[in-house]
Write a protein that binds this ligand. Structure first.
Ligand SMILES: [Zn+2]
Length: 325
């Protein structure tokens, strides 16, 4: 290969790959005067195992991008941005005084582990996920969702709410009391239009009975006990499993879901002495905003505030007071 060809090839690589990627990384929310623009967040990046300090606006872009498909309607993305902002500011107000470097966040206020706090993607991760071609369009939509809702949070009786959310409830969200054992007035069961997606997300998982007992820490059962089978013995008002009998031992469905990594407690079970099959629909704990349901409402023309007020009962949406954060 001649030097000129090599030179031209290098120019092409820079023009097609490096340059757009570099420009893409610098697309950021505008620093317009706003209620929360100058707030900083310390994030424990669980994947990179490091604490990162960034503006709240930048953090929220990374959360919305990680938590919701960028193809969703703008109003669904805006609802997600307000939920994520509310969740974050509440965490910041609770954690600020008792942070230790030994806790799950290594001294930071929030972490990027979705099982603990909220998922978060760095710009580099998003560039890999969407490629350069998709990045600019997607990131603009997500920045718009964060900017257009700047400073907006959900409150109940004047306090920031616990703005939990999940992927897909399966037709009815769940009362917090059924999942976490305590009543939260704004986290009650409401109807949802995500049934079609819930079936797509459906999963069938089969265990050999010995493996199932081992996974649940119930090893060493006798054959007559095993013959009694596995069945749902109690359901919540929204038809999710709440108690499951495992060969005569009653287990909370939420614990079962965790132990077996089931997508949902919206489940059915079939068993014999050899095998147990769980069939689930939907994805997630079912409490608060259903993301796929929010998208159904956005496509039907609902605005982000109407979507949020549907999933979080009786809340108000207001601009946060920067002096109190
Ligand atoms: Zn739903």
């Amino acid at each position: 290969m001649s030097r000129i060809t090599l030179f031209l090839l290098s120019i092409c690589v820079i023009a097609v790959v490096v340059l757009p990627g570099t420009i893409a990384l610098f697309v950021r929310p505008r620093a317009t005067p706003g209620a929360t623009v100058s707030l900083w967040v310390d994030l424990w990046d669980a994947k990179a195992q490091t604490v990162r300090r960034m503006l709240l606006q930048d953090y929220l872009v990374g959360v919305v991008a990680a938590e919701m498909p960028a193809s969703f309607g703008l109003e669904a993305l805006k609802a997600q941005a307000v939920a994520a902002r509310t969740y974050t500011l509440r965490k910041m107000s609770q954690n600020q005084e008792n942070l230790t470097s030994a806790d799950a966040h290594r001294g930071a206020v929030i972490c990027s582990d979705p099982a603990h706090c909220q998922a978060w993607n760095s710009r580099e991760e998003l560039l890999r996920k969407w490629r350069v071609a998709g990045y600019l369009g997607n990131i603009r939509m997500i920045i718009a969702a964060v900017e257009e809702t700047d400073g907006l949070v959900m409150t109940y009786n004047g306090n920031l709410i616990d703005a939990v959310y999940h992927s897909c409830c399966g037709g009815m969200t769940e009362d917090a009391a059924e999942v976490w054992g305590r009543r939260i007035p704004y986290l009650v069961a409401v109807s949802c239009g995500c049934q079609r997606k819930a079936l797509e997300l459906g999963e069938m998982k089969t265990w050999e009975s010995g493996e199932l007992l081992a996974a649940l820490g119930l090893g060493g059962m006798s054959l007559p006990a095993i013959a009694s089978g596995v069945q749902v013995v109690a359901r919540t008002a929204t038809a999710r499993a709440s108690m499951v009998s495992i060969y005569g031992v009653t287990v909370a469905a939420a614990d079962l879901r965790r132990a077996l990594s089931l997508k949902s407690t919206r489940l059915a079970v079939v068993s014999d002495t050899r095998n147990v099959t769980f069939t689930t629909t939907g994805y997630g704990h079912g409490v608060g905003m259903c993301q796929w349901g929010a998208e159904v409402l956005a496509q039907a023309g609902w605005t982000f505030d109407a979507i949020l007020k549907h999933y979080y009962f009786g809340v108000e949406i207001q601009k946060v007071d920067p002096s109190s954060s």
